[in-house]
Design a protein around this ligand. Structure first.
Ligand code: ADP
Ligand code: ASP
Ligand code: MG
Length: 816
C-alpha cells in the first residue's frame, strides 16, 4: 500500500480537489487501499493563526470566519451531489461553531496560549479532510474520515510537538487493521497529547503525518503531492532557472529542506529513512511529471551539488570572549540552554581560536536568546570573560547541498567566487562535518541575487544570464539591440548565454524590466515610458535591483556616464563601453577604473575604443599577457582620415575629398574634429596606456595635417574656404609623394615609450601602402614578431562592426 499526501494548494479549490479525486481514481486498489493525508486548504492555517492573534488583541474576526465558511461551503456545493450536501454542511457548521466559540473565548480573555492556538488551527485540516473524504465517497464506496488527533500521539510541546512513535504505531495499526478495506482520509499536521489536547507537528507538518503512517504501515512509497515539479535545484519562486531533480538521498533532502526548501518538511525524512521507504514528490497540477524520488541509494549524479536553499530571514548572535577558549563545557551550556527554552538554532560557527561563537536563530527568538545568555553567563559577563551578546538582524542563510561535494575540492571556491563577483558580502560560514552542505550567512537584500548567481555558477550546463543596462540608443545602441535580438537563440544554444536587457536609457527616457525588455519593440516601449531620463537614477536603480551577472553598457560618446564608472565597479557591476572618453582622460582615472574593477572582481571591456570591432586591444593584451615584449606599434586608426588619404590621389582635390567624406557621413559634423587628430590621439593614448606606459594626452605628439589658416577658420564654411585657398599646399604634398612612388598616410606610432601621430609618405614595401575605404590597420612589432610585424586590418568604423565589438565584449563578461 501507499500513502499519498496532498498539500494546501492541491486541496485549495473545487477544481484542484477534482484533480485529487482523478489522481486517486488511477490508484491500483488491488495493492491495498491507500492512506490519503490532507492539509488544510491553502492559506487556511495562516488565516486561522491570524484570526486567533487578532482575537487575542481584541480585534474582530467574524469577517474572516465568514470567508472560511464560504470557501468550504463553496466546494460542497460544487463537488457534492445535492442529496449528500446537507450532512456535510451540518458537520462543517459544527466545526465552525466550535471555532467561533474558541475565538470568542480568546477575544474575551485576550489571551492566546500555544495550546489554544493548536486547537484553533486544527480546524483547517479537519474541514478540508472531511470535505475531501465526503467527495471521494461518491467514487469510492469505502472511505473513512480519520481525525489524526485520535491516533497520532505527542508530547505537550504545542506548535511543534514530538511524536510518541511507539504509541502512535499501535494506534495506527489498530485503526488500519479494523479498516483495511477502506481508503483512509487522514488530517495531516494535527495530533494530541496524553491528556487528549490537540497538538500540532510544526508548520508544514502534514508531510510528517504522511511519513508516520507510511512508516507504521510499511508503505511501499510515501507520495507528497504538491504544486511544483518535485524537489528542484532551488526555490522556483526565487530562481527561475531551477530545475527538477530526479533523485536525492534522504540526507540531501533533509539538508535542503532544513535550509528552506519548503517543498518537504524536514522531519518527514526520518521515519522514511529508518524504514527505507521511498518518498516521491509529485505535482498535482502536472501528473505526467514522474516525481523526485528521495531514497536510500540514489544513483550516481553528475551534478556537483543537488541544490541551493535558503532561509529568508534570520538573526545571528555573536558571542566573543576569552572565557570560551579551551572551556569544553561552554558550548554545551550555551546550546543546552537554548534547547531547553525551545530556541531552534539554525546554524553554528565557531572560530578555530574558540574566541567567538556565532549562531543563527529565527528573528523572533533573538531577543529571548540574548536575555537567556545574559542570565546564564552573568558571572562570566561581570568578570569580562565574555562580552555582551550582539544581535545582527536582516540576514539570510544560503546553503549549497549535495553528497558529491564530499571531498570534492573547489566547491567552496566556486561558491565564494560567485558571491564575491556579485558583491555579496558573507557574514559567516558554516560547513557541516558531513560535507553535504556549505552554508553562508548574507544580507537579506542580497539573497535573490546570490541564489541566482550561485545557481548559475554550479549549474553551468544551464544558460548563464547576463543582465545588461544599456545607455545610449544612437546608431550603436540600436544596432546592438538588433544584433542581440537576432542572435538570441544561437547564443543560448551555442554559448549557453542568455542576455536580458534589464534597463535602457537615452537622453530623453529610461525604462526597466528585470525579465528583459523585448528587443523587437524596445523603441515603442521606451517612447511610452513615463520615466524621464536621469543618469544618476538609472545607475541607482541598476544597483538597487541587485541582479546577478550585471553589466553596464555605455554606448554613448558623452563624458557624463564616465563619472559613474567607479561607483558602478564598486557595486560589483562590469562595464562594457565603446565610449573612449573614460580611458583617454587623466591617467589617474584610467588607473582608478582598472584598480576598482579588479578589486571588485568585475570586468571592464572596451575593445571598441580602438578600431571598432577589430581585435586590437585584445591582441595587445594577449601579446603582453603571454610574455611577449612590445617594440613598436604603428597604426592608422582613423577611418575618416584613412578615407581622405586613400582618395586624395591623381586629379583629386583635397577640399573635394574632405567634402565627399563629409557627405558620405564619414566625418564628424565638423570635419576639423577628425582632421585635428583628437580622436586618433585618444586611440593611440589608450593603446600606449594598455601597453603599460603612464601617459597623458599631452604626451602624444600630434603633427598637424592642416596648415594653420585651416585650423583657425571660424566656421565650417570658412574652413572649406580655407581648404580651397590652401590648395597649393595639399597639391604639393600629393605631388611630392607621387613623384617618389609613395602614398600619404596619417600614422600613429608608439616607439620606445614615445607616442606620436604624423603625416608620412610610405612606399610599396610598407604594410600601410595598400589600404582601401575607411580601413584601420595596426602593426605590432614585438620580440616574437620582430622581423615582420603582426598586422590587424579591416573596417574600423561603422555601427555594425562597433556594435558587434560591444556584443563580443558583453558575452565575454564573467568568462574568466
Ligand atoms: P504544500 O502546500 O503542497 O505542502 P508547500 O507550499 O509547503 O506545498 O511547498 C511547495 C512550495 O515549496 C513550492 O511551491 C515552492 O515554491 C517551494 N519550494 C522552496 N524550495 C523549493 C525547492 N527546492 N524545490 C521545489 N519547491 C520549493
Ligand atoms: N496546514 C499546515 C500548514 O500550513 C500543515 C501543512 O500544510 O503541511 O503549515
Ligand atoms: Mg508543505
Amino acid at each position: 500500500m501507499k500513502v499519498l499526501k496532498f498539500g494546501g494548494t492541491s486541496v485549495g479549490s473545487a477544481q484542484s480537489i477534482s484533480t485529487v479525486i482523478d489522481i486517486l481514481k488511477k490508484e491500483d486498489l488491488s495493492k491495498g487501499a491507500p492512506v490519503v493525508v490532507l492539509s488544510a486548504m491553502s492559506g487556511v492555517t495562516n488565516l486561522l493563526t491570524h484570526m486567533a492573534n487578532a482575537a487575542a488583541t481584541g480585534q474582530d474576526f467574524t469577517a474572516h470566519l465568514a470567508e472560511l465558511e464560504t470557501r468550504h461551503f463553496g466546494v460542497v456545493k460544487e463537488l457534492l451531489d445535492v442529496q449528500a450536501q446537507n450532512p456535510v454542511f451540518t458537520r462543517l457548521k459544527l466545526y465552525f461553531n466550535q471555532l467561533e466559540d474558541l475565538l470568542q473565548g480568546v477575544l474575551t480573555l485576550r489571551e492566546l496560549t500555544p495550546k489554544t492556538l493548536d486547537l484553533i488551527v486544527s480546524f483547517g485540516e479537519r474541514c478540508a479532510t472531511l470535505l475531501v473524504s465526503r467527495i471521494a465517497m461518491q467514487y469510492f464506496p469505502a472511505c473513512l474520515f480519520v481525525d489524526a488527533t485520535e491516533v497520532v500521539k505527542t508530547d505537550s510541546a504545542h506548535g511543534q510537538a514530538k511524536v510518541n512513535m511507539e504509541l502512535t504505531g499501535l494506534l495506527i495499526n489498530d485503526l488500519y487493521r479494523a479498516n483495511s478495506d477502506k481508503i483512509l482520509f487522514v488530517t495531516g499536521y494535527i495530533a494530541s497529547n496524553d491528556a487528549g489536547n490537540v497538538s500540532t507537528l510544526g508548520r508544514g507538518g502534514s508531510d510528517y503525518t504522511a511519513a508516520i503512517f507510511g512508516s507504521v504501515l510499511n508503505a511501499s512509497a510515501i507520495e507528497i503531492w504538491t504544486d511544483v515539479n518535485g524537489m528542484m535545484t532551488a526555490d522556483p519562486r526565487m530562481v527561475k532557472k531551477a530545475f527538477s531533480l530526479p533523485e536525492l538521498s534522504y540526507t540531501e533532502a533533509m539538508e535542503l529542506s532544513y535550509f528552506g526548501a519548503k517543498v518537504i518538511y524536514p522531519p518527514t525524512m526520518i521515519p522514511a529513512f529508518l524504514k527505507r521507504i521511498p518518498i516521491v514528490i509529485k505535482n498535482t497540477f502536472n501528473v505526467d511529471f514522474e516525481g523526485t524520488v528521495i531514497r536510500h541509494d540514489p544513483g550516481k549524479s553528475k551534478l556537483a551539488i543537488k541544490g541551493i536553499s535558503s532561509v529568508n530571514k534570520i538573526s545571528i548572535i555573536n558571542l566573543v570572549g576569552s572565557g570560551m577558549v579551551g572551556k569544553a563545557g561552554f558550548s554545551g551550556r550555551l546550546f543546552s540552554l537554548l534547547a531547553r527554552e525551545q530556541i531552534n538554532v539554525i546554524l553554528i560557527t565557531q572560530s578555530s581560536s574558540e574566541h567567538s561563537i556565532t549562531f543563527a536563530v529565527q528573528p523572533e527568538d533573538a531577543e529571548k536568546a540574548k536575555l537567556l545568555i545574559e542570565q546564564e553567563f552573568e558571572l562570566e559577563l561581570l568578570a569580562k570573560k565574555l562580552e555582551y551578546p550582539v544581535i545582527e538582524a536582516e540576514l539570510s542563510v544560503l546553503a549549497i547541498v549535495g553528497e558529491n561535494m564530499k571531498q570534492t575540492p573547489g566547491m567552496s571556491g566556486k561558491l565564494f567566487h560567485a558571491l564575491g563577483r556579485n558583491g555579496v558580502n558573507v557574514r559567516a560560514i558554516a560547513q557541516g562535518s558531513s560535507e553535504y552542505n556549505i552554508s553562508v550567512i548574507i544580507s537579506v537584500v542580497d539573497l535573490a541575487k546570490a541564489l541566482n548567481a550561485v545557481h548559475d555558477a554550479f549549474f553551468s550546463q544551464l544558460n548563464k544570464t547576463l543582465h545588461a543596462f544599456c545607455l545610449g540608443t544612437g546608431n550603436i545602441g540600436k544596432t546592438l539591440f538588433k544584433q542581440l535580438d537576432q542572435h538570441k537563440d544561437y547564443l543560448e544554444k551555442n554559448n549557453g548565454i542568455q542576455v536580458k536587457v534589464a534597463g535602457i536609457s537615452n537622453t530623453r527616457k529610461m525604462m526597466f524590466d528585470v525579465d528583459g525588455v523585448d528587443l523587437k519593440d524596445w523603441e515603442d516601449k521606451l517612447q511610452a515610458s513615463d520615466e524621464p531620463a536621469d543618469l544618476a537614477a538609472f545607475v541607482a536603480k541598476m544597483k538597487s535591483l541587485n541582479l546577478p551577472n550585471c553589466v553596464f553598457i555605455d554606448n554613448t560618446a558623452s563624458p557624463k556616464p564616465i563619472e559613474f564608472y567607479e561607483e558602478i565597479f564598486k557595486s560589483n557591476i562590469s562595464v562594457v563601453t565603446c565610449n573612449k572618453i573614460g580611458n583617454s582622460g587623466s591617467y589617474q582615472r584610467y588607473k582608478t577604473f582598472r584598480d576598482t574593477a579588479r578589486a571588485h572582481g568585475v570586468d571592464f571591456f572596451y575593445e571598441t575604443n580602438v578600431g571598432a570591432g577589430l581585435p586590437i586591444i585584445h591582441t595587445l593584451k594577449n601579446l603582453m599577457g603571454s610574455g611577449d615584449r612590445l617594440q613598436k606599434i604603428e597604426a592608422i586608426l582613423s577611418g575618416t582620415i584613412s578615407y581622405i588619404f586613400n582618395n586624395f590621389k591623381g586629379d583629386a582635390n583635397f577640399h573635394n575629398v574632405v567634402k565627399t567624406a563629409q557627405d558620405l557621413g564619414y566625418t564628424e559634423p565638423d570635419p576639423r574634429d577628425d582632421l585635428r587628430g583628437t580622436d586618433f590621439m585618444r586611440k593611440v593614448l589608450i593603446l600606449a596606456r594598455d601597453a603599460g606606459f603612464e601617459m597623458e594626452a599631452e604626451d602624444v605628439q600630434i603633427d598637424n595635417i592642416l596648415p594653420q589658416a585651416c585650423l583657425d577658420a571660424a566656421s565650417v564654411d570658412d574652413f572649406y574656404a580655407a581648404l580651397q585657398s590652401e590648395n597649393v599646399y595639399f597639391e604639393d604634398l600629393k605631388n611630392r609623394a607621387e613623384s617618389e612612388g609613395k602614398v600619404l598616410r596619417y600614422i600613429g606610432k608608439l616607439d620606445n615609450g614615445k607616442a606620436s601621430i604624423s603625416l608620412q609618405m610610405v612606399d610599396s614595401e610598407h604594410p600601410f601602402y595598400t589600404m582601401s575605404g575607411s580601413d584601420n590597420i595596426i602593426a605590432f612589432n614585438t620580440d616574437r614578431y620582430s622581423a615582420r610585424p603582426m598586422v590587424v586590418k579591416g573596417p574600423g568604423a561603422g555601427a555594425e562592426v562597433t556594435a558587434a565589438g560591444v556584443f563580443a565584449d558583453l558575452i565575454n563578461v564573467g568568462a574568466n
